[in-house]
Ligand binder design. Structure first.
Ligand SMILES: *Cc1c(COP(=O)(O)O)cnc(C)c1O
Length: 359
């Protein structure tokens, strides 16, 4: 079975060392020493001044929306994981979609201004598949119209933009450390923010608003993560570079082997240092995608239609047409990509795909 992804698992002995410490201290959660250690290591590795480790990437988005006090309409992308949109709705705001660029699959800045109304409070954009948005253009529009910017950078561990961590851009950046992501803590996420005031607000929010045991700063939620999750992050930490390197050679090997395949590849932002977190390809038609997918599944290869359906078609939303996103969504397939994936397995996947095309 060659799956779309396999979570990375470090040597179990390394994880057990952290467990011994947890048992000795009898400190399981609530801002424990391993959470602090992981936050410090991540700050150093990513070269960011601050971050808050949270229990998942969806809470990260919701805390970001709350911390910026967003109301009314939030402009967002229809081509992302459902959490990007559902978080907006969950926080009582209205998602207003702006269609994507046909080459980068990110929100198209040229179409943002037409979607701005007096009710618009922010732009929430995803750097989809780890490919940075047109950050400069989005920033310019946001400044002109006095809008906040949140980036859902769930796919972006290791991505840099103009030489700096992608997590440094926007009023707040969020990420996910879910088991399927490039760097994971089983479940987990984080928020990044350059403003000390907003960061402080989010730190209260992640812990019920507690300011000491008997005082509350404001409304909070439980966004904390545990020592066990931090321990998994710390155990995975020494493997980050190897994981990034494997994703890169695997992607380049796919590029090489799929030269004869008639599909579109993602166009990476020219100012990016890309993390190769996903390997998306876009077929000419949905029919061709389905035919290829069927044959791959018959041969026990299970890629995924990331991201399908286009989020503007969610049943709980009013209809908004997004022709580019709908078209890409119907034709996009993410190929298997994970640490243990071998050259031979990639060759096998590619052979099947070429055979389907050439039959
Ligand atoms: C994974 C993901 C999320 C949600 O993260 P969780 O940690 O699973 O809650 C949000 N947005 C995008 C784009 C994602 O891929």
């Amino acid at each position: 079975m060659i799956n779309i992804t396999n979570p990375f698992l470090p040597p179990i002995e390394d994880y057990k060392k952290y467990l011994n410490g947890i048992w000795q201290r009898n400190w399981l959660t609530n801002n424990g020493p391993l959470v602090n250690e992981l936050e410090l290591k991540l700050k150093e590795y990513l070269q960011v001044p601050h971050l808050l480790f949270l229990n998942n990437g969806t809470i990260a988005l919701q805390i970001a929306i709350k911390a910026l006090d967003l109301k009314g309409e939030i402009i967002t992308t229809p081509f992302s994981y459902v959490a990007t949109t559902s978080s907006i709705v969950w926080e009582g705001c209205q998602p207003v979609f702006v269609d994507i660029d046909k080459d980068s699959f990110n929100i198209d800045p040229a179409k943002i201004e037409a979607a701005i109304t007096p009710k618009t409070s922010a732009i929430l954009a995803t750097h989809v598949f780890g490919n940075p948005c047109d950050i400069d253009a989005i920033d310019k529009i946001a400044k002109k119209h006095n809008l906040k910017v949140i980036y859902d950078a769930a796919h972006c561990f290791g991505t840099k933009y103009k030489g700096k961590s992608i997590f440094l851009y926007g009023d707040i950046s969020t990420t996910s450390f879910h088991a399927t992501k490039l760097f994971h803590t089983i479940e987990g996420g984080a928020v990044f923010c350059n403003s000390p005031e907003i960061l402080k607000k989010m730190a209260y929010q992640r812990n019920f608003g507690h300011n000491g045991p008997e005082d509350f700063e404001g409304v909070g939620i439980n966004g904390k993560n545990s020592e066990f999750h931090a321990a998994m992050g710390l155990t995975n930490f020494p493997h980050i570079n190897a994981i990034l390197e494997s994703r890169k050679w695997q992607s380049l090997h796919y590029n090489d082997k799929l030269k004869g395949l008639n599909v579109q590849h993602i166009k990476i932002n020219k100012d990016a240092e890309f993390n190769y977190s996903y390997y998306p390809i876009v077929f000419e038609t949905e029919e061709k995608l389905l035919k290829t997918l069927e044959e791959l599944n018959l041969n026990r290869v299970t890629p995924r239609r990331y991201f399908y359906p286009s989020l503007n078609s969610l049943r709980y939303l009013d209809k908004q047409d997004m022709p580019v996103s709908e078209s890409v969504s119907k034709r996009v397939l993410c190929l298997p990509l994970y640490f243990n994936l071998t050259k031979e397995e990639i060759d096998y996947v590619c052979r099947i795909m070429l055979r389907v095309q050439n039959n």
